[in-house]
Write a protein that binds this ligand. Structure first.
Ligand SMILES: [Zn+2]
Length: 156
């Protein structure tokens, strides 16, 4: 069916066009949503995949996952499926992670499907000036070591 974001097919309740009636049944107990964004840190690379994923709990065991970018869509996913998504996107991260949460500062509790003990926006050092910046604020041209915006601007 889809196998997006590490979610096994059997954990996808509904994929693609979701009948309105199903959404209205599920949306009885909607909670706050979170948005996961691709950290587009390479200025020389145009991302052609999904750049944003919004996750909205519809019940204790069903989450609405909307994704957008080169491909867009939505699906309803079980809690187990969300745990796989969390592992897929947030475990074994690079020093400058590929995926970040938006509004990190305003999130008090990580959603249960996220791996515990991860740093959402880790500090990294600029390869040129050594300044410590947040992962969301550095560039990794060509997939190389991080460089801060100031040093990148100075050389380009
Ligand atoms: Zn720098």
């Amino acid at each position: 069916m889809c196998a997006y974001f590490g979610i096994p097919d059997e954990e996808v309740v509904v994929a693609g066009e979701i009948p309105l009636q199903i959404w209205s049944e599920l949306q009885q107990s909607a909670g706050p949503s979170i948005t996961i964004v691709r950290n587009q840190s390479d200025p020389q690379l145009i991302e052609d995949g999904v750049v944003g994923i919004t996750v909205e709990p519809l019940s204790d065991d069903v989450f609405k996952v909307s994704y957008r970018g080169f491909v867009s869509g939505q699906m309803a996913v079980t809690a187990d499926g969300m745990e796989q998504l969390g592992k897929h996107l947030f475990e074994d991260r690079k020093p400058v992670p590929d995926w970040l949460l938006t509004d990190v500062e305003s999130i008090s509790d990580l959603p249960a499907f996220m791996p515990a003990e991860i740093e959402l926006n880790p500090p990294v050092d600029c390869r040129e000036c050594g300044a410590t910046e947040r992962a969301a604020d550095v560039l990794t041209p060509g997939g190389g070591d991080p460089i801060c915006e100031v040093c990148w601007q100075a050389t380009h």
